[in-house]
Design a protein around this ligand. Structure first.
Ligand code: SF4
Length: 425
């Protein structure tokens, strides 16, 4: 038996059950999937304790995956709304969901979402710990490391499939990230809490100091570590600074340690990155993290598009995929402004799916090329049903076609239809 898989019984069990269907869905051979998982360049997201889960593969050449964040906030906390958002993002075609709730009964919300979500579900356990402390009007510095590890273990038992853990954010990184010359300082919620804890207690990050304890918790459940980017740039001018790279170097070393122990991990990436730096950022992160699957927020290619950040993120996301990104976390039109509603969530998933497909077209992956060819053939034949089948969102084709669906051409040009003009039949 191979060395990595021999250490992870939960992952072996999932592969025994799902490898055939995963290979068929991805258009990859079972052997190539096993070999990529062994190398740590692909992960299978799935905790056997998650009821009704359909595990998925993350890591090129597997299809680029898209994540949707949902969850409550102190200013908007309703379990029913979160259930509706979950339904909306699944219908829109997300591949995974993260519950980022920070208000209400977090255990009840998480367990309800786990029960209703057949897709891998991720969380940021630091949020639940932070909620206990802040709701009791205490300082984050009063957190005990045991609280954090106990929360992660509880969530692993509940069936959470992957956790964002800011293990690479060191004491030194917290100081670098807090320097006044960093335009936006530390913008990660989990990262800022850990940085506050380290600076107030003059101690190292417990997730870094006791990393082996984290691995012991995650291994039996095949909980994949999403090694968080607590120092991701929150402004384009912060991209590529010392704080960001200090953390990336740590993440690469930790990813190697996790792999040695049989624990799967992904790397979380930037953040706000100007367009001309996206390629070098992605290549640099991939190089320093041994090609581990890269999970990016955006990257957002400009800072000044609130209301349209799903577009700013999709531009960076498409370029990122072409440069090696494996997994896109959506941004919605509500980013930087408010909690997304169902419509925002749908728009975010579609923007990321367009970015993922655009990147795959540039890479020439067979699935993307085949879809493009099907769309082109349908357009040339004015075959509206064929266009809907090839479209990333068939409902848009049907909805916009509806008022004039009896016409052969569309309302854009009518009898000036260029496609029809050149037909000889
Ligand atoms: S009417 Fe115009 S937009 Fe519509 S199918 Fe014909 S050429 Fe394309």
């Amino acid at each position: 038996m191979s060395s990595f898989l021999s250490k992870n019984a939960a992952l072996r069990g999932l592969l025994d059950q799902h490898l055939g269907s995963l290979a068929a869905e991805e258009g990859l051979s079972p052997e190539s999937i096993i070999s990529a998982i062994e190398a740590g360049t692909m992960v299978l997201l799935g905790n056997p304790a998650h009821p009704g889960l359909k595990p998925i593969l993350v890591g090129q050449p597997a299809r680029i995956k898209v994540n949707a964040n949902i969850g409550t906030s102190p200013l908007s906390s309703c379990m029913e709304t979160e259930r509706r958002k979950l339904k909306a993002v699944i219908e829109a075609g997300t591949d995974t969901v993260m519950d980022l709730s920070i208000a209400g009964d977090l255990d009840a919300i998480r367990q309800s979402l786990l029960a209703d979500c057949p897709l891998p579900l991720g969380t940021v356990p630091m949020y639940a710990v932070g909620q206990h402390i802040l709701d009791a009007s205490r300082e984050i510095s009063s957190m005990s490391p045991d609280q954090l590890f106990e929360e992660i273990e509880k969530q692993a038992k509940q069936g959470v499939d992957y956790v964002t853990v800011h293990c690479g954010l060191s004491r030194r990184g917290a100081e670098l990230g807090s320097r006044p010359e960093r335009a936006m300082g530390i913008v990660s919620r989990g990262g800022s809490m850990l940085a506050r804890w380290m600076l107030d207690n003059d101690r190292e990050n417990p997730l870094l100091e006791y990393f082996d304890r984290l691995l012991d918790i995650c291994l039996p459940y095949n909980v994949t570590l999403s090694l968080g980017d607590g120092l991701r740039p929150g402004a384009g001018v912060d991209a590529g600074d010392a704080a960001q790279w200090e953390e990336v170097i740590n993440l690469g070393l930790l990813a190697a340690r996790a792999h040695d122990r049989g624990v799967q991990c992904m790397i979380e990436g930037p953040g706000h990155v100007p367009l001309h730096q996206v390629r070098t950022q992605i290549q640099g992160i991939k190089r320093l993290t041994n090609g581990a699957p890269l999970y990016v927020l955006g990257p957002l290619c400009c800072d000044s598009a609130p209301g349209y950040d799903h577009i700013a993120g999709a531009i960076g996301g498409a370029l990122g995929v072409e440069a090696g990104v494996d997994f896109l976390c959506y941004l919605t039109p509500a980013e930087h402004l408010t909690l997304p509603d169902e419509a925002d969530a749908r728009a975010g998933v579609m923007a990321s799916r367009v970015a993922a497909h655009t990147g795959e077209v540039a890479l020439g992956t067979p699935r993307a090329v085949t879809r493009e060819a099907a769309m082109n053939a349908a357009r040339k034949a004015l075959d509206w049903d064929g266009m809907a089948r090839a479209a990333l969102d068939p409902t848009q084709v049907e909805k916009r076609r509806e008022p004039h669906k009896k016409e052969e051409v569309c309302a854009m040009c009518g009898k000036f239809c260029a496609v029809k003009m050149l037909r000889r039949d």
